[in-house]
Design a binder for this molecule. Structure first.
Ligand SMILES: [Zn+2]
Length: 102
């Protein structure tokens, strides 16, 4: 099991084009949506065999927005993007890593 605890808050910040995530240990970051979209790990965005990224950050709409979000179990977030993409899951571990790298 993924031991990463879920965030305490996840908030959309449309004006800043960011997703604000706060964690139980106090870490809080606003993740840029273009970069977050570029980090999608689904089979349409990353080649499952080679691990090569298919969707490059240059190919992402700079005005991209989040249209919906759903919790998946208690381990991940499914983000629905304004480009119609909603296949990708962002696990807490992945989001945590992105916050720590920010
Ligand atoms: Zn994807």
């Amino acid at each position: 099991m993924d031991p990463t605890p879920p965030p305490v808050t996840i908030r959309r910040l449309p004006d800043e084009q960011a997703l604000a995530i706060a964690w139980p240990d106090g870490l809080a970051r606003s993740l840029n949506l273009v970069q977050l979209r570029a980090q999608c790990m689904c089979a349409r965005c990353v080649d499952e065999i080679t691990g090569e990224r298919i969707v490059e950050i240059d190919g992402i709409d700079p005005g991209i927005a989040i249209t919906d979000m759903q919790l998946v179990g208690n381990y991940a977030l499914r983000i629905h993007w304004s480009d119609g993409h909603h296949q990708g899951l962002y696990t807490w571990r992945h989001l945590r890593d992105l916050c720590e790298a920010d």
